[in-house]
Design a protein around this ligand. Structure first.
Ligand code: ATP
Length: 223
C-alpha cells in the first residue's frame, strides 16, 4: 500500500486546537501515515502589521506537535526564496515523496469557499487528493463546479471510519473528500484577541499548554 501523507497548509498564527483536532481525526479516519503542517511564507512587508514572524509560527507548531510522531512541521514554504503558490508546493512535494506516496491536501470550509480564487485552482484540485473539513460558521458548498471537478468530489459526511476507508480504495484518480468529522469552533483570530486582552485562561482553552505559555512568554499579539 502507498504511504498516505496529508499536507496541511495555513498561516498558523497561532496553531490551535481546531487544527490539531482536524489532524488527529483525519489520521484515523483516512488511515494516514502522517500530517505535515506547512506554515505559509508571508512577504516581509506584511509581516509587521498582519502576521507574526515565521520563526514564532514555526516554533508554536513545533511545540504543539512535539509529542506525536505522526504530526510534523515542514519548512518547505518558509525556506522558499519567494512565496510559492500552493499548486507549486504540492507538485514539488509529490516529486520529492515519489510515486509510492499519496498526498492529501487539507483545508477548512472557509478556504474551500474561496478555492476558485487560488492560483491554477483546477490544476491544484486535480493534481492530488484533497480533504475538505467542515467548520462552524461556514457553509460547505459542493454544487457550484463544472463536471471535471464535481465528478471527483466524494462526500463522506456521516460516514464512519470503515466506510471512508472502503471508499478510498479502488481508484488511482485524485479525489476531493468532504468530511464533517470535526466541528471545532476555534479560530486564530479569536486567540489573538484573547492574547491581546490578556485573557490567559481563555487562551489555554484554545491552544495546547506549551503554545499558551509561548504566547504569554514572548508577548505575542499584544500590539
Ligand atoms: P485566522 O483566524 O487567522 O484566519 P484560522 O484559524 O483560519 O486563522 P489558518 O492558519 O488560517 O487558521 O488555517 C489553516 C487551515 O486550517 C485553513 O484551511 C482553515 O480553513 C483550516 N482551519 C482552521 N481552523 C479550523 C477549524 N476550527 N476547523 C476546520 N478547519 C480549520
Amino acid at each position: 500500500m502507498k504511504r498516505r501523507i496529508a499536507l496541511y497548509g495555513g498561516t498558523f498564527d497561532p496553531v490551535h486546537l481546531g487544527h490539531l483536532e482536524v489532524a488527529r481525526r483525519l489520521l484515523d479516519l483516512f488511515a494516514l501515515d502522517e500530517v505535515l503542517f506547512i506554515p505559509a511564507y508571508v512577504a516581509p512587508h506584511k509581516r509587521l502589521t498582519k502576521v507574526s514572524p515565521a520563526l514564532h509560527r514555526y516554533a508554536m507548531l513545533a511545540l504543539a506537535t512535539q509529542g506525536d510522531a505522526r504530526l510534523r512541521v515542514s519548512t518547505v514554504e518558509l525556506d522558499a526564496p519567494e512565496k510559492p503558490y500552493t499548486v507549486e508546493t504540492l507538485e514539488r512535494m509529490q516529486q520529492e515523496f515519489g510515486a509510492q506516496t499519496q498526498l492529501f491536501f487539507v483545508m477548512g470550509a472557509d478556504s474551500w469557499g474561496e478555492i476558485s480564487t487560488w492560483r491554477e485552482w483546477e490544476r491544484l484540485l486535480a493534481g492530488s487528493n484533497h480533504i475538505i473539513v467542515t467548520r462552524p460558521g461556514y457553509e460547505l458548498q459542493t454544487g457550484q463546479f463544472a463536471p471535471a471537478v464535481s465528478e471527483r468530489i466524494v462526500d463522506v459526511r456521516q460516514s464512519n471510519q470503515q466506510e471512508i476507508r472502503a471508499r478510498m480504495n479502488g481508484t488511482n484518480e485524485t479525489r476531493i473528500y468532504i468530511t464533517d468529522a470535526v466541528m471545532t469552533d476555534v479560530s486564530a483570530t479569536a486567540i489573538r484577541a484573547s492574547a491581546r486582552a490578556g485573557l490567559v485562561q481563555d487562551l489555554s482553552q484554545k491552544v495546547p499548554p506549551p503554545v499558551a505559555e509561548y504566547i504569554t512568554k514572548y508577548g505575542l499579539y499584544r500590539d
